[in-house]
Design a protein around this ligand. Structure first.
Ligand SMILES: Cc1cc2nc3c(=O)[nH]c(=O)nc-3n(C[C@H](O)[C@H](O)[C@H](O)COP(=O)(O)OP(=O)(O)OC[C@H]3O[C@@H](n4cnc5c(N)ncnc54)[C@H](O)[C@@H]3O)c2cc1C
Length: 387
């Protein structure tokens, strides 16, 4: 079949790579003049790396493989530990922290020559034709057997399918960056997650001496519209009194007046939307953030995008244009069941944890419970791990 994919983020590239490997002729239309390689590192859970492996991407040397996740309160009391390395060895596929640009390059390398078209903005899709039609901003149009909207959280393709489905802000904001830092955390293999009434702090190695750092603030505190310099000062003020290693990290990444000018913290307002059972219409479907927007609190956005790509490629293996609509609705229903719980949890986790901390009712969790909860979330939201 001829497949047009709108958007060349992780979801679009992975979907195109999977469908090309399944024998279909793919073309990816990306609005930007090249791949959007900015941003720091993302955590790929065992579900995400299983999906990548199924798509033919080698993960053995991908990013920094992680051995554990440690969660502590802002005054340094342990809350939970998850042995990510043990879990990865049990499932035969690791948890890894990888730069977004490395992931995009690996996926793009699996596309057939000429499949990626940049500077090509999709404006509108007509799903109810025998072959859906894609209209581009430059005035050109093309029909295909299948159209996949992989055009992110503000998806123009989704707008044509469900005009009212606009993601809502939760009020939380994440300020993040990825910096070369002389600190043991940057060269280690553990994620540190700290929580307190001021918000959340997430620190993880990204390989090559880089530290991916983020600070999340509750509703009203520090929206993404705050200028970077003012945000850097506010983050130092807000999180500077936290236990080790937060003050050292703040001094290293936001300590100098020109840190903010050099790129400084980037703010990201969290958005969420209910995950419906049907995402598309006719021969048009969605993958990634276009299908399910969730806050980054559980680090699941890219993982679920890769899971969609794997599941959609498997659903369309050997398919012909005649039976494609039913196959797409089957893919959507299966993935909706897997994504919905994790999207709900990501949308409410910060507010619940924050309330529990503010009321002093947060307690340390035994390691076996923490492992069970994490493993359950990863497994239940994964098409690739469940085969
Ligand atoms: C602070 C933070 C931390 C995060 N950490 C993690 C993490 O650790 N692990 C994880 O899994 N996820 C994480 N995420 C989430 C992750 O970044 C997104 O969920 C992910 O990028 C979604 O991939 P996507 O391909 O669906 O969308 P995008 O990455 O948004 O890609 C969409 C693409 O479509 C293109 N496009 C848009 N409109 C058009 C158009 N009209 N025509 C053509 N092309 C178009 C865009 O230019 C872009 O290239 C995090 C997010 C944040 C904010």
């Amino acid at each position: 079949m001829e497949v047009l994919v709108a958007g060349a983020g992780p979801a679009g590239l992975a979907t195109a790579a999977g469908l090309a490997a399944a024998g279909h002729a793919v073309r990816v239309l990306e609005r930007a003049p090249g791949l959007r390689r900015g941003g720091g590192a993302v955590t790929l859970t065992s579900g995400g790396t299983a999906a990548l492996r199924a798509l033919g991407v080698d993960v053995a040397d991908l990013g920094r493989h992680l051995e554990g996740l440690d969660s502590r309160t802002d005054d340094g009391r342990p809350l939970l530990r998850v042995p990510l390395g043990d879990l990865g060895r049990r499932w035969g596929t690791p948890t890894t922290s990888v730069l977004r640009r490395t992931l995009l390059d690996r996926l793009a390398a699996r596309l057939p020559d000429g499949a990626l078209v940049t500077g090509a903005a999709v404006e509108e899709v007509e799903p109810h034709r025998r072959r859906p039609v894609v209209h581009r901003a430059d005035g050109t149009s093309a029909a295909a057997d299948v159209v996949v909207g992989a055009d992110g959280e503000r998806s123009p393709v989704r707008r044509c399918l469900r005009p009212g489905a606009v993601p809502a802000r939760t009020g939380w904001t994440t300020w993040q960056g990825c910096s070369r830092v002389d600190h043991p955390l940057a060269d280690g293999d553990r994620v540190l997650f700290m929580t307190g009434p001021a918000g959340f702090c997430d620190l993880q190695p990204a390989g090559d001496g880089l530290l991916q750092w983020s600070f999340s603030t509750p509703p009203g505190a520090l929206p993404a519209s705050t200028p970077a310099g003012a945000a850097a000062a506010a983050l130092r003020e807000r999180f500077g009194g936290w236990a080790d290693p937060v003050p050292d990290v703040l001094a290293a990444v936001l300590g100098r007046p020109d840190d903010a000018a050099e790129g400084g913290p980037t703010g990201w307002d969290h958005r969420t939307a209910p995950v419906p059972a049907v995402w598309g219409a006719g021969a048009v479907t969605l993958v990634g953030d276009a299908a399910h927007v969730m806050p980054p609190s559980l680090g699941q956005g890219v993982n679920q995008a890769l899971e969609d790509a794997h599941a959609l490629s498997a659903a369309l293996r050997g398919a012909s244009a005649r039976d494609v609509a039913a196959l797409l609705r089957g893919y959507e229903a299966r993935r909706a069941r897997q994504v919905r719980p994790v999207a709900l949890l990501a949308g409410s986790e910060q507010a619940i944890t924050h309330r529990a901390l503010s009321r002093g009712v947060m307690r340390s969790l035994p390691e076996a419970w923490a492992l069970g909860l994490w493993a359950g979330m990863v497994r239940r939201s994964s098409a690739a791990l469940s085969g």
